[in-house]
Write a protein that binds this ligand. Sequence first.
Ligand SMILES: Cc1cc2nc3c(=O)[nH]c(=O)nc-3n(C[C@H](O)[C@H](O)[C@H](O)COP(=O)(O)O)c2cc1C
Length: 313
Amino acid sequence: MVKEKGPNLKVNLGTIELDNPVITCSGTFSSGLEYGKFYDISKLGAVTTKSFSLKPKKGNEPPRTCEVACGLLNSIGLQNDGINSFKKDHLPYIKKLNIRVILSIFGQDIAEFRKIAKEIVDIRQDIIALELNLSCPNVEKGGMAFCTSTDDIKNITHEVKQITKIPVIVKLSPNVGDLSMPAISAREGGADAISLINTVIGAAFDIDSFKPKLGNIQGGLSGPAVKPIAIANVYNLYKENILPIIGMGGIYSWEDAVEFMIAGAKAIGLGSVNFVNYMAGIEILENIKKYLTSKNITDINSIIGRASDKIKR
Ligand SMILES: Cc1cc2nc3c(=O)[nH]c(=O)nc-3n(C[C@H](O)[C@H](O)[C@H](O)COP(=O)(O)O)c2cc1C
């Protein structure tokens, strides 16, 4: 008996080819080791690592996470072991897990991005793309986030791509307002795709102690609370046809994932949901397949951007 073929799930983000659109968000899946104990994470489209800097970074004072209505506040402060530890300690098991890896990086100035990029040249065959986390403060500009400067976005993207020759995804922050200009700058710098959204600035206070609930006072909000913000941004940028989009922010179910794709996301990122349901990745992927089959949709690409059907591309 001939086995029935399922719907096509392959998607392309510029030059980045994925077997399916389900990927994990930076900072919520480590580099996959822990989740790989529960299911075959090589079935995911890709795994995005925690953001790595040049040197190890200690992160912020605790408490660093706090639950709020419909979401999570975090102020981890980009704690990580540094890019050399990624190469030495993480890559060996990543290869064994047989996953497709998007390496997330950040620096405090353009010079640091350049140095990290140079460290990556000799491992470029092991990663499918780099994601630039530009939400971190630029020390050269008095702590203003890189994503607030379109020149920085363009220059960093250009430099990293020139040095590494790896596809580059620029991750955008919703905290700057309209994302069109940052997205255009990413394209001008040579980015292959954009991912959005990073967390939304937030804070919470204890009414008994009068103290902030996070050691850093402010943090980043994620989870279902941010989903409509993320969807609006995906929808607007899709209509402008700037770059392929990885949509993320509050995706907790396969229905959420489909909604992001209809709004215009070519791939979807799962973040905080991994803390609530460690099987989310595989469950959402399987359920997207069932949804497509039930609607007789043979190619997932046909649902991307359906919310703005009148626009031809
Ligand atoms: C605990 C935590 C740590 C995160 N760390 C990073 C990080 O290192 N780099 C990054 O680009 N985004 C980081 N993010 C943001 C997520 O990748 C994602 O953009 C955001 O949480 C929105 O998705 P979600 O609502 O599905 O969690 C982090 C988010 C959380 C909750």
